[in-house]
Ligand binder design. Sequence first.
Ligand code: ADP
Ligand code: F6P
Length: 488
Amino acid sequence: MNRLFVVSNRVPLPEKGAQAGGLATALQPLLEREGGVWFGWSGATAAKAAEQPARISHAGRVTYATIDLSKAEHDGYYANFANGVLWPLLHSLPEMMRFDRGDAETYFATNARFADTLVPLLQDEDLVWVHDYHFLPLPGLLRARGVANPIGFFLHIPFPSAEILALAPPAGKLIAALLQADVIGFQTSADLRNFAAAATTLTGARQIAAERLEIDGRRVQLGVFPAEIDAEEFAAAALRAARSPTVERLRRSLGGQCLILGVDRLDPTKGLVQRLAGYRRFLETEATWHRRVTFLQIAPVSRQDVASYQALRAELSQLAGEINSECGDPDWSPLRLITKGGPRTTLAGYMRAARVGLVTPLRDGMNLVAKEYVAAQDPEDPGVLVLSRFAGAAQQLDAALLVNPNDPDAIAEAIARALAMDLRERQTRWRAMWQAVTENSPLDWGLGFLRVLVQSASKPTAQVAPPHAKPLAPRHTPALHTPSNAIN
Ligand code: ADP
Ligand code: F6P
């Protein structure tokens, strides 16, 4: 039986409690049910990080293996290169990129340290599933260390055009190393097409089929695997939370006003500045709604060690102050901006209470909040989702009011339209979206990816055989269990 070995920078260690982020939402149900090892960063920095072994802990069927980063690794690998170069470029926001060659070197070196720590933990039949932009070169670094296990990679965020990616000087090296994976998965078919084009432009890869590349005699399988939520479970949580004292307090505080809700990590890609501009335009043009609406934006702070995130926090506070002082009244504040997070279940209750869900990222790999908003609604009296057409979720949720997040007038019009929408139209749109969010679960998503990984890795040309590679063990269907003699 294959053991699942997940690698991601952020590891949702149970003792840390809930943290905002779609990666953990997507992966947690799979690991909790199927068991496996979750390997990555502990979230801490330590002076002698490189000398420490991986820290191992267990909860339920999941084994967590994490390492600390040194301050230099944290800054160069995580804050500056992953979040200051790759994050903006992959979201097609190149003007936000701040490149420094030293940071790129630290990124590769830190990936190599992750690889060095990981290799001794791996067993022959493990399926290795690497996640997200922090670890683009990891498949190549693992192969170089003799790892012959099936390696899959999933990108949770968008993939840009080859021209934009090429703005990062090591783009070709990154993609060449990533192509050592057997399967590379994306949120949408547009991301997959962009990747295939970048791979053929920046490396020696050839596209031999719509979803297959060939490089150095090896085949690399590409695939589209939209990340999912457990909609039924989220709906039940929303129903329970709606009756909780916390959500009841929010409802009372609204005094019968309609709630417009946004829930996003405080991140430049989430379009929060443009969203506030859209709301302001709405307030300026729709005076009849004054005192009848409140916009609650929950934006838990994120990546405060990255300068652009600190600047965004300050800018949003200023804009929120301006909206309330210039558009509000002595007895009415139109906007509440909250930078604290809260339990996901409470968020579910807030979503159910909201007449409008405002989800307008400038670009987003998927955006699970959009799916959660749909799942949280009362089928008899559902709210309306206003969704950026540049979120991956817009492919499945095309019954939302789709907007261009760069256009404050479009956001203002969509808010007005959502608030005025009659019950029948709200129900029709919601039913189509409910259908979409219940079609697949996070388990279907994860097992679907792993099935393709197992099939692809068992094909003779799919794997490299570096000099000291262990032979590939016979493949099984991915019934994934942590053997009792796994890391202990
Ligand atoms: P991203 O991955 O960019 O943060 P997503 O919308 O895809 O964006 O995913 C965010 C996830 O984080 C959602 O599942 C949401 O419910 C969850 N979340 C948001 N705020 C919190 C919070 N304070 N605590 C725990 N989970 C949160
Ligand atoms: O899904 C995008 C993502 O970057 C995840 O990789 C990450 O876990 C989450 O957002 C939150 O970001 P961070 O781990 O930097 O706090």
